[in-house]
Design a binder for this molecule. Structure first.
Ligand code: FAD
Ligand code: DHB
Length: 404
């Protein structure tokens, strides 16, 4: 079936879904294709922390009704190391900025719900996604829908929001992209547990057995992570072993980690990756399709949202005949991408134990941690990066003047 749309969007994660909503607010039609089912997308456990700027963007885009009701505002984090747990007070250090704990599953549910209410076209459970003619003014998106019909969509532009393992980035001809990549010699074992959080703020713990993170999803559900080997077998981690190791790494006199039924567990590899430029012809990459950060610092989801806040007005201008914002798109995003890439690398290497590392590594990490909790300048730098930098919210929502 041959059809036409203005913007073809590959991928129904936070980047693709928010982009289709922002385009809709500008009167731009899109078709979004997603290989997974709606249920799968809404249940996939991933990130949990939204920066101030992400919350402002979602709010101004009219997407924050439930976020404002259910999101948990956090004004700091704890850093735990060497037998001490020290608070980093974001409000005090950044002039009032905070982060909000609201799971990626909920962001995705809100976005899907809103797109469908607004009559948007979301095709779940597609197969055989292909993008073609990217260097022309009429790029093509092909896919087979859930009922088995093959579609060919002629577009004005295609947004590759299909994550790290998607098909859009590999569709760019060889030699065009520069990539930077670093794999880390550890992974995170994450659990979702039906137990009230044992802490009112997230705890990032440095321990000689490895890193641990105590986060949460609601007043009744906790989310916790343990550093494990990258090739770790989840079967080797029955629930009792996970709780015992978490208790060890968070141990503090007078404090107890509450345990409870484990609802879900999984292992996530850790990688830093940047591919630039984020545009090839009429293909625009956004979110994990263009860059990956290790999760320490909770930047991945926020970067995905910030990319499409820049992309929506750039596509609007492109469709009206002004190519300049689209030409500037990649550079406009990469500044933030590299800042988050550095911050995530810094948090990761400060807090994780490299397998086989000597005692020098631990001493250097502990020195850095002592510095962060005792120097206002160092703590403010962490707080500024963690709460994030302003997202171009107004530009994302303001119509671009002119004819389309
Ligand atoms: P994704 O959310 O990956 O969305 C891409 C979508 O494209 C997916 O739905 C995928 O099914 C779809 N797709 C792929 N290929 C095709 C195709 N050929 N055709 C159509 N659709 C396709 N970040 C944090 O900050 N904290 C965390 O704890 C954290 N945990 C994570 C755990 C895991 C296992 C992963 C993979 C990531 C995690 N992240 C975390 C990162 C964060 O979740 C991502 O940065 C965020 O999801 C990026 O959004 P996105 O829309 O760019 O990509
Ligand atoms: C969560 C994940 C992170 O990577 C992080 O740094 C903080 C919290 C979470 O899933 O809640």
């Amino acid at each position: 079936m041959h059809t036409r749309t203005q913007v073809g969007i590959v991928g129904g994660g936070p980047a693709g879904l928010l982009l289709s909503h922002l385009l809709h607010l500008r009167g731009i039609e899109s078709v979004l294709v997603e290989i997974r089912s709606r249920d799968y997308c809404e249940a996939r456990q991933r990130a949990g922390v939204l920066e101030d700027g992400s919350v402002a963007l979602l709010r101004e885009a009219g997407l924050a009704e439930r976020l404002d009701r259910e999101g948990l505002v956090h004004g700091g984090i704890y850093l735990q190391f060497d037998g001490q747990r020290r608070h980093i007070d974001f409000r005090d250090l950044t002039g009032g900025r905070t982060v909000t704990v609201y799971a990626q599953t909920e962001v995705v549910k809100d976005l899907i719900n809103r797109r469908l209410t607004d009559g948007g076209t979301l095709e779940f459970s597609v197969t055989g996604t292909e993008v073609d003619d990217l260097a022309t003014d009429r790029p093509v998106l092909r896919y087979t829908d859930a009922k088995g019909s093959r579609h060919e969509l002629t577009c004005d532009a295609i947004a590759g929001c299909d994550g790290f393992h998607g098909i859009c980035r590999p569709a760019i001809p060889p030699g065009v992209q520069t990539t930077w990549e670093r794999d880390y010699p550890y992974a995170w074992l994450g659990i979702l547990a039906s137990v009230p959080p044992s802490t009112e703020e997230l705890i990032y713990a440095h321990h000689r057995n490895g890193f641990a993170l105590h986060s949460l999803r609601s007043p009744a559900v906790s989310r916790l992570y343990l550093q494990v080997r990258p090739d770790e077998d989840i079967a080797a981690w029955p629930d009792d072993r996970i709780w015992a190791e978490l208790s060890r790494r968070f141990e503090l006199p007078g404090w107890t980690l509450q345990t409870g039924p484990v609802l879900e567990k999984g292992i996530t590899p850790m990688r830093s990756f940047v591919s630039a430029p984020m545009r090839y012809g009429r293909l625009f990459l956004a979110g994990d399709a263009a860059h990956i950060v290790p999760p320490t610092g909770a930047k991945g989801l926020n970067l995905a949202l910030a990319d499409v806040a820049v992309l929506a007005p750039a596509l609007d201008a492109l469709l009206r005949g002004d190519d300049q914002p689209a030409a500037d798109y990649s550079a406009a995003c990469l500044d933030r991408v590299w800042r988050s890439t550095h911050f995530s690398w810094w948090m990761t290497t400060m807090l994780h134990r490299t397998p086989g590392a000597d005692e020098m590594e631990a001493q250097l990490q502990l020195s850095q941690l002592r510095y962060v909790v005792s120097s206002r300048a160092a703590a403010a730098s962490l707080a500024e990066n963690y709460t994030g930098f302003a997202v171009p919210t107004t530009a994302a929502l303001q119509p671009v003047p002119g004819m389309r």
